[in-house]
Unconditional design. Structure first.
Length: 332
């Protein structure tokens, strides 16, 4: 990606994900903003008004998966519910309660009424909790938790099986089902921090795949700031034949940096140091590289039937759910 544009990826990632480090060491205002951001993280992830809106939504899968338990989701398989599907001829041993006696009176033949099966859906969320996510106002990580909480709450209200994990906790996710579990889900996300010891995306997805053997919808929320790349990790999910959504979240400061002058950039994840002279030419070059990186990620996902969604960290959650994700078929 970077080499195609004549720019070193390591330098690009350091510049892109660690603008915050430079700003916070040179500005009292930035320190105050950091303190304010820390206090805002303790606020409720979902407001009561937002939760009321989410209760009217439903998660949708583009693929047909067999659920483990009864739920509120209509399946294309036949079973027992109040939703009529079809008729078939009666055979010995069928449940007499499902015979259509009105049809028998007209045709003098026994027919059995079939109904759509109602079952649950498996919904998985994997959140990047690396230190590069702890940037922006609000931080990318805080917005990622809000997105995860919103989607999880929709699933819980519909009786779906919801699993949430961060890169650090990918081997031990929280698994909940039913609206009564919403407080446990929100508590998990509320207390989840960014981690210095967060494993790579590839290692996290490998642990996730080993731990979660079922199929369903999986939403990964990440900034894709990984020096080891994202391709192998996403290929693992594709091999599992899951319905995959990649939410790529970036902050406005990363999309349009305003830094100038001679700077030392320190990578907040591996402490890699780069000295750069930030000029208008370099910022233009950076923007070209970033746009190329985003387009490459989108193209990689499209070729593998992964739904790619680009999100700004200052974007409101409400339009994100009602417009972007609804248009892409994840919610309705």
């Amino acid at each position: 990606m970077g080499r195609r544009l004549g720019y070193n990826w390591n330098e690009f990632r350091a510049f892109c994900s660690l603008i915050a480090d430079v700003a916070m060491t040179n500005s009292a205002e930035s320190i105050n903003a950091s303190i304010a951001r820390g206090s805002s993280a303790t606020e409720a992830i979902l407001s009561p008004e937002m939760m009321a809106k989410l209760e009217r939504m439903e998660l949708v899968s583009r693929k047909i998966f067999r659920g483990r338990m009864k739920g509120e989701r209509r399946s294309k398989r036949k079973g027992q519910s109040v939703e009529f599907a079809d008729f078939r001829n009666y055979v010995a041993g069928d449940d007499l309660r499902f015979i259509d006696w009105n049809l028998f009176a007209r045709m003098d033949r026994l027919y059995l009424k079939l109904f759509l099966e109602e079952e649950d859906l498996h919904f998985y969320t994997l959140i990047d909790d690396s230190m590069s996510m702890d940037f922006g106002e609000p931080s990318k990580f805080q917005v990622a938790k809000q997105i995860a909480a919103s989607l999880a709450y929709i699933g819980l209200c519909r009786g779906d099986r919801v699993s949430i994990s961060t890169f650090t906790s990918s081997a031990s996710p929280i698994v909940v089902r039913g609206r009564s579990s919403a407080h446990r889900m929100l508590g998990f996300l509320q207390n989840a921090p960014c981690s210095d010891a967060s494993p790579t995306m590839e290692e996290s997805v490998r642990r996730f795949c080993l731990k979660n053997t079922g199929k369903g919808i999986v939403v990964m929320i990440t900034d894709l700031m990984s020096k080891t790349g994202y391709e192998t990790a996403l290929k693992m999910l594709v091999a599992r034949e899951m319905d995959i959504y990649l939410i790529h979240i970036l902050s406005p400061e990363e999309l349009k940096p305003t830094l100038t002058g001679d700077l030392k950039l320190l990578d907040c994840e591996d402490r890699d140091m780069r000295e750069v002279s930030v000029s208008a030419t370099l910022l233009e070059r950076y923007e070209q590289t970033l746009n190329g990186f985003i387009e490459q990620a989108r193209s990689f996902c499209n070729r593998r039937s992964i739904t790619y969604v680009s999100v700004r960290s200052d974007q409101d959650i409400d339009p994100l759910l009602n417009e972007y994700l609804r248009a892409r078929g994840l919610v309705r």
